[in-house]
Write a protein that binds this ligand. Structure first.
Ligand SMILES: *[C@@H]1O[C@H](CO)[C@@H](O)[C@H](O)[C@H]1NC(C)=O
Ligand SMILES: *[C@@H]1O[C@H](CO)[C@@H](O)[C@H](O)[C@H]1NC(C)=O
Ligand SMILES: *[C@@H]1O[C@H](CO)[C@@H](O)[C@H](O)[C@H]1NC(C)=O
Length: 374
């Protein structure tokens, strides 16, 4: 037991060792696609965030993009004030609680559309499962995006164009894009590459909250909405770096993409973001290997519950707040025999306490339960 304590890094106050000490197991909703264990997590319940401006995990962005640089008819003014917490009651519950990203209509005589971006402070998000509860703006002429970014040729995007939403026909596309060197060669037009897919959502994303998710794995990225698979992309062009998460809501008048600018203010509401990931630290990777290997795993691997529409407005279970959802502490890693999700199980650990540590570990479960540390 003593040895395990050595690997905890005290960058969170009130660090208490409890469950999940061997990581967080993310299972693909289609079980045959695999399961992975990630060592680290970042969960934010934006419905409970008093003021996003003072939240250390997230940084509101302020910068300008000219019309030319953004390939639009207008420039974009990313203003921190366009990102704000919206709590509708003391408990945060109620209509559209969360962090809101606002695109303003264009002030006549100006050539910059006031838009919004919110980034994670951490930039070491490597392989992982990244999820956001979002309700999109109905106002035509904006692009809402949830993405992972390292650089312009290593980027994983879920983008929504409100001008494309067709309520009469019930058509709601999402654009799934992985920016690669091929996209760069195509003049950043990923639409001409095979790492671009447009998929129609099975619901109206402006009518309520839904969970948008992508799992970024070695050589492979799987996209989901409400834990239903939208697409999978793979190959050598996939990203391989560590990066950060970005929430964005913008418009630049480009008729081929965002359209707009919107004729009235448009709001994207994000209820939560949950990230289960490996950060990079080779030293710790070595030391944690033995501790949590399959043969000798006396610690806990917490099983991360999938999100669905009914819990997308609140985020449902937060491991950092509600504890170990899986009570999977028998030393068996990912006993996958039962398909009923255990996310609703009551926590069996001290409330609010969670072990957070840095190690780069990913476990791949293929067929039989076998651990492969990456
Ligand atoms: C963006 O442009 C506006 C208008 O020109 C200017 O006032 C502002 O300082 C710029 N912001 C940044 C972060 O450069
Ligand atoms: C992004 O990073 C990768 C890996 O470091 C590098 O090979 C690539 O050239 C970078 N792309 C850009 C646009 O800088
Ligand atoms: C969301 O609700 C579903 C259905 O009740 C449940 O199976 C799942 O574990 C919940 N997910 C989270 C993240 O709370």
């Amino acid at each position: 037991m003593m040895r395990r304590h050595l690997f905890l890094l005290g960058f969170f106050p009130l660090l208490v060792l409890s469950d999940c000490e061997c990581g967080y197991m993310v299972r693909s909703p289609d079980r045959e696609d695999g399961a992975w264990v990630f060592a680290d997590m970042l969960e934010t319940d934006f419905t409970q965030t008093e003021d996003i401006a003072t939240n250390g995990d997230w940084v509101r962005q302020g910068f300008n993009v000219t019309a030319e640089a953004g390939r639009g008819e207008y420039g974009k003014a990313f203003l921190p004030d366009n990102v704000f917490s919206h709590r509708t009651s003391a408990t945060g519950s109620g209509t559209d609680a969360g962090v809101q990203l606002r695109v303003r209509s264009l002030v006549s005589g100006t050539d910059m559309v006031p838009v919004a971006e919110l980034d994670t402070s951490r930039r070491d998000l490597h392989w992982g499962s990244f999820r956001a509860g979002m309700k999109l703006a109905e106002v035509e002429g904006t692009c809402a995006a949830f993405f992972w970014y390292f650089n312009d040729t290593q980027e994983i995007d879920m983008e929504f164009l409100s001008r494309e939403f067709d309520h009469a026909r019930g058509v709601y596309p999402v654009h799934l894009v992985i920016q690669t060197r091929d996209a760069l060669a195509a003049g950043f037009n990923a639409q001409n590459t095979d790492t671009y897919k447009q998929v129609n959502l099975a619901f109206d994303p402006t009518a309520g909250f839904h969970e948008y998710r992508f799992d970024y794995l070695p050589g492979r990225v799987i996209f989901y909405a409400d834990s239903e698979k939208l697409a999978e992309m793979e190959g050598s062009a996939m990203p391989s770096s560590a990066g950060h998460l970005i929430l964005q809501h913008w418009s630049n008048g480009n008729p081929q993409w965002s359209g707009g600018p919107p004729v009235q203010d448009a709001l994207l509401t994000v209820s939560y973001v949950k990230a289960y990931f490996s950060s990079l630290d080779a030293t710790l990777r070595e030391t944690t290997k033995d501790e949590c290997s399959a043969e000798d795993n006396d610690g806990a691997v917490c099983i991360v519950p999938d999100g669905v529409a009914v819990n997308a407005s609140t985020g449902g279970w937060f491991i950092s707040r509600d504890g170990d959802p899986s009570r999977n502490k028998e030393g068996t890693v990912g006993n996958d025999g039962d398909d009923s999700e255990s996310g609703a199980a009551s926590p069996d650990c001290n409330e609010g306490s969670v072990a957070i540590k840095v190690m780069a570990m990913a476990v791949s479960l293929v067929g039989s339960i076998a651990l492969a540390l990456l």
